[in-house]
Ligand binder design. Structure first.
Ligand code: MN
Length: 260
């Protein structure tokens, strides 16, 4: 079992090392991750500049590859033959913030897993719901353990190649992490605000600011069940077709006044 571990927070992020160490008992782990933070970068394919990859040693002496592309580029390079051996599983994380509801379209953590899915390799994204007011370093112990349990179960039961598991872990001590809920995407409520300022040359610039998103805490959704303290596992797929709209749209008069 060859496991590719990646993330969107950059190769030095503590969540990446915590995840890689937790997965080592399950197979050979190779880390290929961006050389800097790509959070909220979405699904990227870098085509207009070259991609550079450097071999690096992480703070715990783990060998890894740092790439100057996006998380999805890292996965893509591996699928295209960067490593001598093929990869059986991709696990992305641990992101220090939850990826819930519509977040998955922004998330570099989740889109790295989506890239694996495109190549027919099963993938898991792991995110930790770190409290906004936490002081001191983030403790990834619980989320790393959850990541290893989810991968273990996915190997045992066989995860469909078209399904990505989007895992969100509440910020709780390890001994309180015992309930896995299979959920659907909830509805995020974004609180973005546009900040307009002036640069030193008098030109305006814009910055998307505002408060952290909240969400509708409906039971059965990732947002609702995570808020209740459960580990949430949302199976997602790349087929975004709105199946319920197909029949209705097929009845529309598309030619209008140009009827022949
Ligand atoms: Mn991130």
């Amino acid at each position: 079992m060859h496991i590719l571990v990646t993330n969107d927070d950059g190769i030095q992020a503590p969540g990446l090392i915590a995840l890689a160490l937790a997965l080592q008992p399950l197979g050979k782990v190779t880390i290929v991750a961006p050389d800097h933070n790509w959070s909220a970068s979405g699904h990227v394919k870098t085509l207009h500049r070259p991609l550079r990859v450097k071999q690096v040693t992480l703070c715990d002496n783990t060998a890894a590859y740092a790439c100057d592309g996006a998380p999805s580029d890292c996965v893509s390079l591996v699928m295209l033959g960067l490593l001598p051996e093929p990869v059986d599983f991709v696990v992305s994380g641990i992101n220090p913030n939850a990826n819930l509801g519509h977040d998955i379209t922004y998330s570099g953590t989740v889109t790295a897993a989506m890239e694996a899915c495109i190549w027919g390799v099963p993938a898991i994204a792991v995110s930790l719901d770190t409290p906004g007011d936490l002081e001191g370093p983030v403790d990834y112990t619980g989320a790393a353990w959850v990541g290893s349990k989810v991968l273990e179960a996915a190997i045992k039961h066989g995860l469909d190649k078209e399904i990505i598991l989007n895992v969100n872990v509440p910020y709780r001590p390890l001994e309180q992490l015992d309930t896995f809920h299979i959920t659907r995407q909830g509805l995020r409520i974004y609180q973005d605000a546009l900040l307009k300022r002036e640069d030193p040359r008098g030109q305006p610039y814009y910055w998307i600011g505002g408060d952290a998103p909240t969400g509708v805490q409906e039971p059965g959704t990732d947002i609702g069940d995570l808020a209740e303290g459960y580990i949430t596992i949302t199976p997602i797929q790349l087929d975004l077709t709105a199946h319920q709209a197909i029949d209705q749209l097929a009845q529309w008069d598309w030619l209008g006044d140009d009827q022949v």
